[in-house]
Design a protein. Structure first.
Length: 107
């Protein structure tokens, strides 16, 4: 699966360890790096969500949130146009192969 980011600042905090460490601290920077690596290793959003187990906090029709340690929450939305939406308007997360990380915030 591919992961994109809301903006360059968020991308740098998640993909450049020194920037992540400055913003989150070393421990949380490692968690963020691992979160992105796990997402990219998954085939689709459902496969990754199954790996997340208790860290999946909320999964709605157009976004889901996961815990990043005990202090932060990350929000992802489907990206691109090659995913399915059911007649009920809900995203078919098993068809999502591209995600966008829109935000990481402190609880």
């Amino acid at each position: 699966m591919r992961v994109s980011f809301e903006d360059d600042v968020l991308r740098d905090r998640c993909c450049l360890f020194d920037r992540g460490e400055q913003h989150f601290g070393a421990y949380l920077a490692r968690l963020v790096f691992n979160m992105i690596a796990e997402a990219e290793a998954a085939e689709n959003a459902v496969e990754w969500q199954e790996i997340l187990v208790d860290d999946l906090l909320d999964c709605g029709s157009d976004a889901f949130q996961i815990a990043v340690g005990t202090e932060y929450v990350a929000q992802f939305v489907p990206a691109g146009q090659k995913y399915k939406v059911g007649a009920d308007g809900l995203t078919d997360w098993s068809s999502v192969t591209r995600l966008k990380l829109t935000a990481i915030w402190r609880r």
